[in-house]
Ligand binder design. Structure first.
Ligand SMILES: [Zn+2]
Length: 312
């Protein structure tokens, strides 16, 4: 049996955790930021060192490939992302990249015979934290396979025009041009050249850990719905206006949130999860806006929940 190198993997974990180190155990490594480019360069450096061939497609997805013994065999790809959310986890995404690298490094070091070419890959802008939406470049690559209704709202030009949440004058397309990682469309992952894809991902909940399991297999993905609710109040003098006559938008929003959470729990679907994603309550503006996020699985069931929830 072949075994990966714990030392080599630990060295990768230590090295990549420096790129975008937020200083308190977390990572801020927005897609195509200087920190993400450090991670990309490290990926390329290490993959070139084992003789992998590097290809970069037109949306900066990077592919590092070790040839197999059958020249015409399709590739087997292992991929994840190297970008993170703000103060993200040290393993989210990058674990899948590092473990893909480790597989190729082990195959190269041990000279393991293999028929199919093996590819380690980085997806660009998977989190979408700086340039929304999430899963932008995997979406672009998979465009032909998206359901019709999603495809209608997912245009390449709109993705390139996506504005930075930190600096609204910059777009994803500009960041892509400036990154030096804009390659050729012909390298995009496609069924013509690729046979299988694997992704290792850190668990993002406590279930495996609670059950004492090291690893599990994902059998579905989350469906997500966002709802924006607005509460209107009234601006009055903070000191002179009597309490019974006040209409405080934030108070109404907080009471409504507590009520909604109780009512949703009463529906009794343990797989239905939800959170309050955003509260906007600016001083002197008598409006409070909250965003409820329902990531749930499987996605098909969400409208059924919502049908019971909407009359509330
Ligand atoms: Zn991830």
């Amino acid at each position: 049996m072949y075994v990966c190198s714990k030392e080599r993997m630990t060295d990768k974990i230590r090295t990549f955790s420096k790129f975008g180190d937020a200083g308190h155990g977390g990572i801020t490594r927005y897609s195509l930021s200087p920190e993400a480019i450090q991670a990309r360069n490290e990926f390329i450096r290490r993959m070139k060192a084992i003789g992998a061939e590097i290809e970069i497609d037109d949306v900066a997805n990077i592919y590092a490939t070790l040839p197999g013994s059958a020249p015409d065999a399709k590739r087997i790809v292992m991929a994840s992302h190297c970008d993170s959310v703000k103060n993200g986890g040290n393993y989210d995404g990058i674990l899948g990249v590092m473990s893909a690298m480790e597989v190729l490094e082990t195959v190269a070091a041990e000279k393991i015979p293999h028929k199919h070419p093996l590819t380690a890959m980085i997806w660009t802008n998977e989190e979408g934290s700086l340039y929304p939406p999430a899963m932008m470049c995997s979406g672009i690559v998979c465009y032909d396979y998206l359901p019709e209704d999603i495809r209608a709202k997912f245009r390449y030009e709109d993705m390139m025009a996506s504005k930075s949440i930190l600096d609204g004058s910059k777009t994803f397309g500009q960041a892509l041009d400036a990154s030096g990682f804009k390659g050729d469309k012909k390298y995009r992952l496609s069924p013509d050249r690729y046979l299988y894809m694997f992704e290792t991902h850190i668990e993002q909940g406590p279930i495996l850990e609670d059950n004492g399991k090291d690893i599990g297999v994902v059998d579905c993905v989350l469906g997500m719905f966002n709802y924006r609710l607005k509460f209107y109040g009234q601006t009055t003098h903070a000191g002179t206006f009597p309490m019974p006559k006040r209409r405080d938008a934030f108070l109404a929003a907080s009471l409504a949130l507590c009520y909604l959470h109780e009512e949703i729990d009463k529906l009794g679907y343990p797989e239905l999860v939800y959170t309050t994603g955003e509260v906007v309550c600016h001083p002197c503006v008598p409006v409070c806006r909250i965003t409820l996020i329902f990531p749930s699985m499987p996605g098909m069931r969400i409208p059924r929940y919502w049908n019971r929830y909407s009359p509330l």
